[in-house]
Ligand binder design. Structure first.
Ligand code: ADP
Length: 590
C-alpha cells in the first residue's frame, strides 16, 4: 500500500538540482549571461541616461555635444551587449530545458516501474502519468523562475540598493526596509498558502484518476448505459478541484492587491524625497529620471513576486507527489546479496507457504507442493481458492508471509528478480498487448529475436495464419491493450511470445470464457507446442488442457486438498468430482 511520505522543500530542491547536474556548464553560462545583461540593462543604462538628460537640461555646447555622442555610443554598445547576452541565455536554455525534461520523465518512469505489483494495483494509470508529467513541468518552471526572475531581481535590487545608498543613505535605508517588508510578507503569505496549493494538486490528481478509470471502462459504461452516472461522478471530483483552485486563486489575488499598495508607497516616498532635494537645489533632472527608471526596474521585478513565489511553491507541491513515488521504498526489493539464478531443471518447491495480502486474512495456509523437472501440473479449485495467488508468488510479485519457494533448490527471495522472471513465461488469462506492432508484441519475450524466429514462433502458436491475412502483416498495430484482436488471437499472440522466450518454467492462466471450437483447437495445439520440455503450472479450466497434465492439484481455501490424474481423482468422492460435475457441462470437447 502506498504510504504517505513527506518530501521536504529542501529535499525537493535537491532532486531538482540532481536533474540539472548533467547540464551544469550550460546552466552556469546562462546564469552568468543573465547577471551580465541585468548589470548592463538595469544598473548602467539609467546611469548613462541620467548623464544624457543632465546634458540636455543645459544649453548646447560643442563639448556637451561630443560628450552626448560618446554617451549614446556607450548606450548603443550596452544595448547590443544586453541583447546578445539574453540571446545566448535563451538559446542555451532551450537545450537544457528539453534535456532536463526528457531525463526527468524517463527517470520517473523507470523509478515507477521498479515498484511492486501491489503498488500498481493501488494506482490509477492516469494519475501516475500526470505525476510524471508534473515533475518534469515543475523542474522547467523552477528553472525559468530562477533564471528570469530571481537572478534579475537579485542583481537589480542589490545593485540599485548600492547605487541609491551612495547617493543618499536615507533613501538606501528606506529602500532596503521596503524590500525586506515586501519580500517577507510575500514569502509569509506564500508559505501559509502552500497547504492549499498541495490540496489543489491532490484534487487534480484525484480528478485525473477518476477520468482515466472511466475512460478505461468505456465498454462497461456503455453496456450499462451509465454515461449520466459517470458524468455525475466525474463532476464531483472536478467540483472539488474547482473549489480548491478557487481558494488558492482568491488568496493569490488578495496578495497581489496588497503588493500593489506597497508599490504605491514606494513611488510616493521617492517623489516626496525628490521634491525635498529639489527644494534645496540638490536634485538634477537627470537624477530624477534615473530614480524613476530604477523604481520602474524594481517594481517590474517585484510586482509579480507574490505570484511567482506562489507558482514556485506550486511547482514544488506538484513535484512532491512524484518525488514521493521515486523515494518510496520498493516493496519487493532484491536483497543486497541477491545473485542471478540460472534455472536448469526447473524443479519448483513450495515449502509450507503462508500468504496474506496486506494484513488481510491468510489466503494461503501451509501450502506445500513439489513439482518435478518438466512436470506439468494443473491447479484446479473453486474461484477464490488461491490458484492465481500461487502463481503470483512464484513470480515473486509478492513476498511470501511464511515458508519459502525454491526453484532448483534456491530460495527465490534470495535471487535477483530479473533473473527469476527471465526463467519464466506467463500466458495470462486475458492477455493485454502493447499498442505496438504484432512483431514487437511477439518479440517482447526476446527482444533480440530475428524475423525468422518471430515467424517460427508465430507459426507454432497459430498466429501466422491470421497475421499474414492482415494488410500490414506483422507491422499491424493492435490498438490500445490489443483491442483490435479477438480474445483467441490475443491469446495466441501471448503464446507465441512465450514460445519465443522459451523459458524453462511456464505459467498459464487459462481463459475461462469459452472460445469457438476452431480457436479452441488452435490454442490447444499451440499450448502443446509451448509446454514441451518445460515445467508447467496451469490454472486449468478446460478438460482438453487437464488431460495433457501429469498431475492435477486440487486447491481449496489456500491448501492442497487432493492430487492425482484426472481419472484417479474422478474415482474418488471429493472436491474434484464435485467441481467436475458442476463444470463438465461447460466443456465442449470432452
Ligand atoms: P483463484 O485464482 O483461485 O480464483 P485468487 O488467488 O485470485 O483465487 O484469490 C484468492 C483470494 O485472495 C480471494 O479471496 C481474493 O479475493 C483474494 N485476493 C486476490 N488478489 C488480492 C489482492 N490484490 N488484494 C487482496 N486480496 C486479494
Amino acid at each position: 500500500m502506498e504510504e504517505k511520505r513527506k518530501t521536504s522543500f529542501w529535499h525537493a530542491m535537491s532532486v531538482f538540482v540532481s536533474f540539472l547536474r548533467p547540464y551544469k556548464i550550460r546552466f552556469a553560462i546562462i546564469t552568468v549571461s543573465v547577471i551580465g545583461a541585468e548589470i548592463l540593462g538595469s544598473l548602467f543604462v539609467p546611469q548613462i541616461l541620467r548623464q544624457i538628460v543632465d546634458l540636455f537640461a543645459y544649453a548646447y555646447s560643442s563639448a556637451a555635444g561630443t560628450k552626448a555622442i560618446g554617451l549614446f555610443g556607450l548606450l548603443a554598445f550596452i544595448t547590443i551587449s544586453y541583447w546578445l547576452l539574453y540571446r545566448v541565455a535563451g538559446f542555451l536554455q532551450g537545450g537544457v530545458q528539453a534535456g532536463v525534461s526528457r531525463d526527468a520523465m524517463t527517470d520517473s518512469l523507470s523509478h515507477t516501474l521498479k515498484h511492486s505489483y501491489r503498488f500498481f494495483q493501488d494506482q490509477f494509470t492516469g494519475s501516475m502519468m500526470r505525476r510524471i508529467q508534473r515533475l518534469s513541468e515543475s523542474i522547467e518552471r523552477i528553472m525559468e523562475w530562477f533564471l528570469w526572475t530571481i537572478v534579475p531581481l537579485f542583481v537589480s535590487t542589490i545593485g540599485i540598493g548600492v547605487i541609491v545608498w551612495r547617493e543618499s543613505w536615507v533613501l538606501g535605508v528606506g529602500m532596503v526596509v521596503w524590500m525586506l517588508i515586501y519580500v517577507l510578507s510575500n514569502y509569509g503569505i506564500a508559505i501559509w498558502k502552500l497547504k492549499y496549493d498541495l490540496d489543489r494538486s491532490e484534487k487534480n490528481t484525484v480528478q485525473n484518476g477518476v477520468m482515466s478509470d472511466i475512460l478505461s471502462n468505456t465498454s462497461t459504461v456503455k453496456a450499462f448505459a451509465r454515461e449520466g452516472f459517470e458524468k455525475k461522478l466525474f463532476f464531483k471530483a472536478a467540483e472539488e478541484w474547482r473549489e480548491a483552485r478557487m481558494k488558492t486563486w482568491l488568496i493569490g489575488e488578495t496578495n497581489n492587491a496588497i503588493q500593489y499598495i506597497f508599490i504605491i508607497f514606494l513611488e510616493v516616498g521617492i517623489v516626496f524625497y525628490a521634491i525635498k532635494r529639489w527644494e534645496v537645489g540638490l536634485l538634477t533632472v537627470g537624477t530624477f529620471a534615473m530614480y524613476q527608471l530604477y523604481i520602474r526596474s524594481i517594481t517590474q521585478n517585484v510586482y509579480g513576486m507574490g505570484r511567482l513565489i506562489r507558482s514556485f511553491f506550486e511547482a514544488i507541491a506538484d513535484a512532491k507527489e512524484m518525488i514521493d513515488v521515486i523515494e518510496m521504498p520498493v516493496e519487493v526489493p532484491d536483497l543486497p546479496e541477491a545473485r542471478p539464478i540460472a534455472v536448469k531443471g526447473a524443479i519448483i518447491d513450495f515449502q509450507d507457504v503462508g500468504f496474506q495480502y496486506g494484513g488481510g486474512s491468510m489466503i494461503l495456509k501451509s501450502f506445500s507442493l513439489s513439482i518435478a523437472s518438466h512436470e506439468k501440473i494443473a491447479l484446479v479449485g473453486s474461484s477464490g481458492a488461491g490458484k492465481s495467488t500461487v502463481t503470483k508468488l512464484l513470480f515473486r510479485f509478492y513476498d511470501v508471509t511464511r515458508g519459502a519457494i525454491h526453484i532448483d533448490g534456491k530460495n527465490i527471495a534470495k535471487v535477483t528478480q530479473k533473473s527469476l522472471r527471465e526463467a519464466m513465461s506467463i500466458v495470462p488469462q486475458e492477455p493485454i498487448l502493447f499498442h505496438r506492432s504484432l512483431r514487437d508484441n511477439i518479440a517482447y519475450g526476446k527482444t533480440n529475436a530475428s524475423e525468422k524466429d518471430i515467424i517460427a514462433a508465430a507459426k507454432k502458436a497459430h498466429c501466422h495464419e491470421f497475421i499474414s491475412k492482415l494488410p500490414k502483416g506483422y507491422d499491424t498495430f493492435v490498438g490500445e491493450r490489443g483491442v483490435k484482436l479477438s480474445g483467441g488471437e490475443r491469446q495466441r499472440v501471448a503464446i507465441a511470445r512465450a514460445i519465443l522466450k522459451n523459458a524453462p518454467i511456464l505459467v498459464l492462466d487459462e481463459a475461462t470464457s469459452s472460445l469457438d471450437s476452431e480457436s479452441e483447437s488452435l490454442i490447444q495445439d499451440a499450448l502443446r507446442e509451448l509446454m514441451k520440455e518445460k515445467t508447467v503450472i496451469v490454472i486449468a479450466h478446460r478438460l482438453s488442457t487437464i488431460m495433457q497434465m501429469d498431475r492435477i492439484i486440487v486447491m481449496e481455501k489456500g491448501k492442497v486438498v487432493d492430487q492425482g490424474t484426472h481419472d484417479q481423482l474422478l474415482k474418488k468422492v471429493g472436491i474434484y468430482k464435485k467441481l467436475w460435475n458442476i463444470q463438465a457441462g461447460g466443456f465442449k470437447d470432452v
